[in-house]
Write a protein that binds this ligand. Structure first.
Ligand SMILES: [Zn+2]
Length: 545
């Protein structure tokens, strides 16, 4: 199955009677630098070990800033940083490192001992497996499997060749579709997600999936299958918040959380999940820094009543399938295929680690910032233009990511302004009093009791970025430049208030070049087809005639 090469003879495991000099020097983590997954000092860990039974937090060890590991671009992490050679080689436990000479070192499962770990060392297209790696007076050893969290992390145990990234993605889709019934659109999102988890340490924003469905809809099976192929997956049904922070800070795992709604301290969990989508959000507890950054899959019976969290997730709806042809995730054939894919994904990571970086997808500028971040994270690894455009279209359609709605007041102001600039061809100034009237019409249509005075409308206009107002004898006038009009169209497109345009007479979106540029001439989910009218039906009356 694997094409492992040069597995070195096991070196005698170094005794852990290590120099404590490095530990003392590194005992303060930098709040400015996000904690890299890769750097821990073995001596440090030893010193912390006796506390383990009392507090899970005590096992979190700050990064060894001068241990000589990490990104080459990061000078203080590069090899050649100060080391105390006169005291002999220092031993450092690692789970990943990029060495100064370009070598990549990744923690893997020991192919000869599934409960053990070793290091896969990638250099110039060749891989070898070692128990220790000596370089520049440093000795690197793998993090052991004794840690209770690491024991549950799924690690690859081989590095294998693959045909192409497209074939790799197809095989991932095929594996997932053998076990769960999901629509093709979602299948490709799931494969993109799996691939992206292998590069999350290269991203500023981590991708999230929110898997939603009733009991028996296959949510748990989907999480199990994903856990077989995502990088460093950790499948959990319940977890303490301290353990959550600990796992993320130490290993940057892909967390798969089953039935998150039933987890104790659900509120706190949602807070951690929200902050864990962004790399630079750190939590400080007992003078130590933690983070919850990393890719995540969260399953729920129903989406959480938390638009801030939902807007960070791609929504994967699940429905019960009557198919009897679906395989179970624990079947040997599935496990075997997943192990092959993991080995290929690790090779893909090695080959592309330095290249992968989220880059704009052409025509993605209309998406809301969080949706765009998700698009960039999911497409960064494969850089397949057609595939990226398909995902962009999917997000543009309004499916996939729930956007945070605007509050009723700014929503009404935006809709009123948008409909007014479409009344005539050359609209460049608007009476604030006229606009206010329109805003109040919208508020009434939305069932809001609130009515706004012109002064409040002015304040909302400023908050939306339209601040060019002048006072005349007859009242305030809002001036709109072409740039303002473009901005207005972009806001309208990204907040999904496009229903406004068909509610009023005026220029049709097909005729407005700015509407076309913002994609507002296409039908979105919020846009009812031409000629559609909404009827209010009293269902109680219909059902009980
Ligand atoms: Zn327009």
């Amino acid at each position: 199955m694997a094409t492992q090469t040069n597995r070195l003879a096991k070196a005698i495991a170094p005794k852990l009677g290590r120099k404590l000099g490095t530990r003392l020097k590194n005992s303060h983590s930098s709040v400015n630098a996000p904690v890299r997954e890769s750097q821990r000092d073995a001596a440090n860990k030893d010193a912390e070990a006796p506390e383990q039974t009392n507090s899970s937090e005590s096992r979190i060890v700050p990064p060894a800033e001068n241990a000589g590991l990490g990104h080459c671009s990061d000078a203080k992490h590069a090899f050649g940083a100060p080391s105390n050679k006169s005291e002999g080689d220092s031993i450092t436990e690692i789970d990943f490192a990029e060495l100064k000479d370009g070598t990549l070192v990744e923690l893997v499962e020991d192919p000869k001992n599934p409960s053990g770990t070793c290091l896969a060392v990638w250099k110039d297209g060749e891989v070898r497996f070692v128990d220790r790696l000596e370089q520049d007076g440093q000795v690197l050893v793998p993090v052991s499997r004794k840690d209770e969290v690491l024991a549950r992390l799924r690690l690859p145990c081989a590095v294998s060749r693959y045909e192409s990234v497209q074939v790799l993605l197809c095989r991932l889709e095929s594996l997932i579709s053998q076990c769960v019934a999901v629509e093709e659109t979602y299948l490709s999102v799931l494969a993109d997600f799996v691939l992206s988890t292998w590069f999350v340490d290269r991203f500023e924003i981590a991708p999230y999936l929110s898997v939603v469905g009733l009991p028996q809809s296959g949510k748990t099976t989907l999480l199990k299958v994903l856990s077989l192929v995502c990088r460093r997956s950790l499948l959990i049904a319940d977890i303490t918040l301290a353990s959550f922070y600990q796992a993320c800070t130490r290993f940057l795992p892909t967390m798969l959380i089953d039935e998150a709604g039933s987890i104790r301290s659900n509120r706190a969990l949602r807070h951690i999940l929200r902050s864990g989508a962004t790399r630079d959000v750190l939590a400080v507890r007992r003078n130590r820094t933690f983070h919850s950054f990393g890719a995540k899959v969260i399953s729920w019976l129903e989406p959480p009543d938390d638009t801030a969290l939902s807007s960070r997730c791609v929504l994967i709806p699940m429905f019960e399938s009557k198919s009897t042809a679906l395989a179970r995730a624990d079947e040997p054939e599935v496990q075997e295929l997943a192990a092959q894919l993991q080995a290929q994904l690790l090779r893909f990571r090695f080959e592309n680690y330095k290249r992968v970086k989220p880059a704009p997808v052409p025509r993605d500028e209309h998406l809301r910032p969080r949706t765009r971040d998700l698009l960039l994270a999911l497409t960064a690894a494969h850089t397949d233009v057609q595939r990226s455009q398909r995902l962009l279209k999917f997000f543009e359609s309004g499916q996939g990511v729930q956007t945070e709605p605007l509050d009723p007041v700014p929503n009404a102001v935006l809709r009123a302004l948008f409909s007014m600039v479409h009344l005539h061809e050359d609209f460049n100034s608007i009476w604030v009093s006229d606009l206010t009237q329109q805003v109040n019409v919208f508020l009434e249509l939305e069932g809001e009791k609130l009515r706004l005075p012109p002064r409040k409308v002015g304040a909302v206009l400023t908050s939306l970025g339209f601040s060019s107002r002048t006072r005349t004898n007859s009242g305030w006038v809002l001036s709109l430049t072409r740039r303002d009009a473009e901005k207005l169209h972009q806001l309208t497109a990204s907040y999904g208030v496009d229903r406004a345009m068909r509610s009023f007479r005026g220029i049709s979106p097909d005729k407005c070049p700015l509407c076309r540029a913002a994609g507002l001439d296409k039908k979105g989910p919020a846009l009812a087809p031409e000629g559609t009218t909404t009827l209010k039906v009293n269902l109680r009356k219909e059902l009980n005639p």
